[in-house]
Design a binder for this molecule. Structure first.
Ligand code: CP3
Length: 339
């Protein structure tokens, strides 16, 4: 795996072409995902290693991408700590027992990695199926993003309660973030021990934070997690929405790769990062709704811009939306491989 396109690019080594994978590459935009989803709940799919492997393999078999990503969710750490998690169609994730008080935070467990053994089991099944063909990416949610779901009790537009806790009760917020960070480092090390070839940390909602708050309440815990990882030959990818602003700070946490949203020119931001940090990104996922001619033009524009750069992994600036035409995603992968 060390010689695969993805791992070489992640370590900023030269590759014959940039590798391609896409966030949310296994999901509702695929008919074959629904064939499974119509029979099982989302959490059943995550917790049954054979099913998690079936879904992980869909984009490998149907799209021919250069990296598989473990089928799971960022919120399983919150569940393992004591969150009462459910996913309902059309509602999204919910924690029925939101974490709002000091007593709620005290009640959360941190010695919980054994509860996530089903993920390690899934990784072993997936690696058997991949059989050395392409690398498997493991992942976890960053403490701030996971905290936001625990505090709000689900998805949120403005993160009002979460930000109120940061601003009015910073000590409580730090206690909660620190607990999530402990679990997240153990969890990523479990995935590494089980055999993933790379890990990505998702701080999807970091863009809600002011610079100082990002530094104090997010960056600090991502730095702590990365410093604890058993990462020999395992590249660490740091993703957030807001990376077009935060990337220089994210680099200080010492990831191997920073995954960049679509608000910035990818080469410009790469040049502002220390040498040896690769970038992943950064096509606006909405381009995949557009005509094929536009998809090709925009992807080739990005590739022309990044030509000759070591350390470039093609991805979207955020995940594939559920109603993006499958055919367009397949077309994007094909033309990338032809470039
Ligand atoms: C914020 C976040 C979550 N989960 C995740 C993030 C960070 C990534 C990002 O920023 O997009 C990460 C995630 N979630 C899922 C994966 C699997 C791997 C992949 O294909 O990328 C990954 C990497 C599967 C999933 N996670 C979820 C689904 C949909 C479940 C279903 O079939 O209903 C999938 C395939 C559910 C989920 N899980 C979460 C939400 C908000 C939702 C509902 C989304 C919606 O309804 O649009 C939390």
């Amino acid at each position: 795996m060390r010689d695969s396109l993805l791992i070489k690019a992640a370590f900023s080594e030269e590759t014959p072409r940039p590798p391609v994978w896409m966030m949310r590459q296994a999901g509702r935009f695929m008919k074959e995902y629904w064939d499974i989803k119509n029979k099982y709940s989302f959490l059943e799919m995550c917790k049954t290693p054979e099913l998690a492997a079936d879904v992980t393999m869909l984009p490998v078999d149907l799209l021919g991408i250069d990296g598989a990503i473990l089928f799971s969710d960022i919120l399983v750490t919150g569940e393992a700590m004591g969150g009462d998690l459910s996913f309902t169609q059309g509602v999204g994730p919910k924690f029925a027992n939101p974490v709002r008080t000091k007593a709620d935070i005290d009640a959360l467990d941190t010695q919980v990695v054994h509860k996530l053994q089903y993920v390690a089991d899934a990784i072993k099944v997936i690696q058997q199926r991949l059989n050395g063909s392409i690398p498997l990416i493991g992942f976890a949610g960053a403490p701030f993003t996971v905290m936001s779901y625990l505090v709000e009790g689900g998805s949120s537009k403005d993160f009002k309660l979460t930000k109120l806790m940061l601003h009015n009760e910073p000590e409580m917020a730090h206690q909660l973030l620190s607990k999530i960070a402990t679990v997240t480092a153990d969890y990523l090390n479990l995935q590494i021990a089980a055999g993933v070839n790379a890990v990505q940390i998702f701080d999807s909602w970091a863009q809600a934070l002011a610079w100082d708050d990002y530094k104090e309440f997010s960056h600090r815990y991502i730095t702590e997690i990365i410093s604890k990882l058993n990462r020999k030959d395992i590249p660490v990818i740091s993703f957030c929405k807001g990376s077009s602003v935060f990337a220089p700070l994210m680099a200080e946490a010492k990831p191997d790769v920073i995954s960049i949203d679509w608000n910035v020119d990818l080469l410009d931001i790469k040049k502002r990062l220390p040498a040896g940090i690769a970038v992943q990104g950064n096509l606006d996922p909405h381009i995949l709704y557009a005509d094929k001619k536009v998809i090709k033009e925009r992807i080739y524009r990005l590739f022309d811009r990044m030509k000759g750069e070591k350390g470039f992994i093609f991805n979207l600036g955020h995940g594939i939306m559920p109603d993006i035409p499958f055919d367009n995603v397949k077309y994007a992968v094909e033309i990338i491989k032809e470039y």
